[in-house]
Design a protein around this ligand. Structure first.
Ligand code: AHG
Ligand code: MN
Ligand code: MN
Length: 346
């Protein structure tokens, strides 16, 4: 007999099978129908994005088997040696954006200059990406990720560099995929909630597993490259030293640092705490790049109830980059944890 509740769990030999799966594709379609004015272009752009995440996940998983570990023999504009997977993931991402026909402007960590796709006549979006974040961890099989930010071109623009040199608060969507034990995609729209999806390798689909993610208000975990402490400003030193003192419960904070911002940020989003890469005497502008590392993460954190600021304690989403590869110091995490950092900078 047919189930009266086809959209609820089915029971087969005692095991519950969820027959009402929300895939990313379904989620995007449902979001689109909420906006009467939507043309479907954004949805198509997101389909191209999710294809690039699936492909990158696939090559990372197979890299040791098919000789994709190690260096490519080149460097990017920031001076980082490019890994083979940095180059391949960048190429996959660029092709996905080009072929979507919806992306007019693309900024990538691995490209010195802005890429313009002039053939997409009705392309109305500008995208910034870090194809592989945490690439120094790749060959050790440690989690890495892809970060993305989406801007909408102003009315009448066919796509110019200025269309992406915008504050993060103007991103229409942002997020990342972390390639860990499974691939986790986190996406948020401007002013919206944060939703997390897990790639089901069998189905080849991202499944909504973490709806409406809200981060804990506080948590005694800090994540920073403490090896840089020699170069830190005094208030940064005092702040991190204070975390090593006994707190109200008599215990100091725990330290957790993976060295892949996506992985450190994903843990911070789920468990709470703080992640920081402060500007310091060695890197006065910080290390992480505004357009494709800091701003998209900041939007995810704010929309999940957290905060993100730069080393001057300015809201990260208000910072306007002057150049596509501009950097900033960053402190982001649980709301109350970022309040503590601010108190040390007053
Ligand atoms: P990328 O791999 O895109 O160059 O980014 C690396 C970043 C980020 O993932 C991480 O938080 C940070 O660099 C780690 O830097 P340190 O090795 O200086 O700690
Ligand atoms: Mn990065
Ligand atoms: Mn990178």
């Amino acid at each position: 007999m047919a189930s009266q509740h086809a959209d609820t769990d089915s029971t087969m030999s005692g095991e519950k099978v969820n027959t009402n799966i929300i895939t990313l594709t379904r989620f995007l379609t449902e979001e689109q129908t909420k906006h009467k004015e939507a043309t479907g272009d954004f949805t198509l752009l997101c389909h191209a994005l999710q294809f690039s995440f699936k492909s990158i996940a696939y090559y990372i998983r197979r890299s040791t088997l098919i000789n994709l570990t190690g260096l490519a023999g080149s460097a990017n504009i920031t001076g980082d040696d490019q890994k083979k997977l940095d180059v391949i993931s960048n190429d996959l991402f660029i092709e996905a954006m080009r072929s979507s026909g919806k992306c007019a402007v693309l900024v990538s960590e691995e490209e010195d200059n802005v890429i313009f796709f002039n053939d997409g006549k009705d392309a109305r979006y500008a995208v910034a990406c870090d194809p592989i974040d945490g690439s120094s961890n790749l060959d050790a099989g440690v989690s890495v990720g892809t970060i993305f930010a989406i801007h909408k071109l102003p009315e009448g623009s066919k796509g110019r560099k200025e269309d992406i040199l915008k504050p993060g608060s103007e991103q229409i969507a942002a997020g990342f995929t972390m390639y860990g034990a499974s691939a986790q995609l986190v996406i948020t729209m401007k002013g919206g909630s944060v939703n997390g999806f897990t790639l089901d390798n069998g189905l080849g689909e991202f499944i909504l597993t973490h709806p409406d993610m809200r981060m804990p208000r506080s948590r005694a975990i800090y994540s920073v490259n403490e090896g840089n402490s020699l170069y830190w400003e005094e208030n940064v030193k005092s702040y991190f030293n204070s975390l090593k003192e006994p707190q109200e419960n008599g215990k100091p904070y725990s330290a957790r640092y993976i060295g892949s911002m996506v992985a450190d940020a994903y843990r911070t989003l789920l468990y709470g705490g703080i992640f920081a890469y402060p500007a310091d005497k060695k890197s006065p502008k910080g290390k992480l790049r505004i357009l494709y590392e800091c701003a998209p993460m900041a939007m995810v954190f704010e929309n999940a109830g957290g905060q993100a600021v730069d080393s001057k304690m300015t809201r990260m989403l208000d910072i306007v980059p002057e150049d596509i590869h501009d950097k900033a110091g960053i402190f982001m995490g649980s709301y109350d944890e970022v309040e503590k950092v601010k108190a040390f900078h007053k």
